[in-house]
Design a protein around this ligand. Sequence first.
Ligand SMILES: Cc1cc2nc3c(=O)[nH]c(=O)nc-3n(C[C@H](O)[C@H](O)[C@H](O)COP(=O)(O)OP(=O)(O)OC[C@H]3O[C@@H](n4cnc5c(N)ncnc54)[C@H](O)[C@@H]3O)c2cc1C
Length: 487
Amino acid sequence: MRFVFAFIPGVLPLLLLANPALTLKTDPSSNCAIISVLLLGKVAFPGSESYNVSETSYFALQGRLSPACIAMPSSAEDVATIVGTLAKLPDAVFAIRSGGHSPNPGWANAAQGITSDLQQLNKVHVSSDGSIAAVGPGARWVDVHRVLDPLELDVVGGKFGSVGVAGLILGGISAFSPSRGWACDNVANFQIVLASGETVIANDSNEYADLFIALKGGQNNFGVVTRFDLRTFRHGLYWGGNIAYPDSTEQAQLAAYITFKGPSYDSIAEIEQSFMYASSPNGSASRSCLNTMFYADPVVDPSGLRPFSDIQPQLFSTMRIATATAFAEELNPGQLARSTYVIHTSVTFRFTPEIIPRVFAIWKVFCRRIELTGMANLIFFGLPPDSHPDRELSLALFSLHWLDAGYADMITVEARTLIRDIEDLVADARLAHPFLYANWAAWWQDPIRGYGKESVRHLQRMSGKYDPDRVFQEKVPGRFKLPRDEF
Ligand SMILES: Cc1cc2nc3c(=O)[nH]c(=O)nc-3n(C[C@H](O)[C@H](O)[C@H](O)COP(=O)(O)OP(=O)(O)OC[C@H]3O[C@@H](n4cnc5c(N)ncnc54)[C@H](O)[C@@H]3O)c2cc1C
């Protein structure tokens, strides 16, 4: 049976609960009304303060999409109610939002649909033996570090304080990754709400072990994660911070990165090396360099990072021994970013000393060409040679910020050209690699295919098993969906 439903408060939820096979045609406002009855007092509508606070707290301006309403669940049961109900409504579109830090448009917000903002699922709880930190998806990394630091514990997670826990773990890298692997490799259990509305715990030794594997990089294709149980390790203070330099150091920076990636690497050192171009509305432009560096032990000026810390002149340095919380508070780009439009995109390639200056040269031409009012950064991301996923890989991340919405199409076209130019360069040099860093891939890229045939087939099988009606493929916007073709 199929009919257009005119909303009568309280009736549809009861109808649906009583007869799950009922198929109804609804619109976004009636879907919101249904959810607001089921989640009394936890759904915000346009014009309310909590709606505005949520809507204006996306990392990038293009994250604001004016959903019909924003559901703010405070428990896994609430999430199960939302998913279980909306999955049955054929026209429902519902987005999942944790930290809201993905700049890809429409990934964590649903234009005219329903957005589930998980900000209230932000608890951090440490088990009595200290081995597991149970973290809600709505927590930010600074919240996690504030709980773990006094216990001298840490987890493989984010170092930027304002970034959300969920989005990072479902595809990300940590300052500890060179020695301890991906964030998802350090999850003991995922608590997840499936398309059926059922809440399950997936781990490597229970009946959901196949789903557990799929969630390591599987993005939002299988359900809404409502809790991550993260394995902790003993960790106190460590060395890290930022050093800024003038652009006169550019060649020395490239040489330092090449040395860092060479055979004398130190696997507890981590670097994000940024080449920054900034241009203001009055036409003035400047270039500079910024190295964000960590050494996972409390060692002052360790030799593993000295190729960078020795470079002179320096504009400022915050390198010191400190807590993870202090670093997370320092790396908190929220305010700056919330006033700009943003693209994050990246290329992965096999490292050779010769390729680094050639990638850099393409980026420099790009900056001159686009005359952006805003900021363009190239970040060489230093996975040391013994790290996952592949010992010789290097990442080139690009972060573009601009102020005027009208430039979005032009900048997108230019960014795609930049990526194509670098892909052509590394292909010609026989250094191409299919891996793409999912957390820094733009919406037009396809990191899932880069996982390889076997993994993609596993993801497709798991989607068929746990989401046979394709709810998370078709009703939930955002993140990289699974390829539909035989892979
Ligand atoms: C300043 C900055 C620093 C960063 N540093 C790092 C870094 O060090 N390492 C790294 O790996 N990445 C890093 N990133 C990338 C970041 O991890 C990703 O953008 C990530 O998606 C952000 O997570 P979030 O929870 O804030 O995302 P959101 O924007 O809320 O969500 C991103 C996507 O994940 C899905 N999602 C969110 N919550 C859930 C859930 N509970 N269940 C299922 N799906 C969900 C959403 O549907 C959405 O499509 C950084 C980003 C920024 C802006």
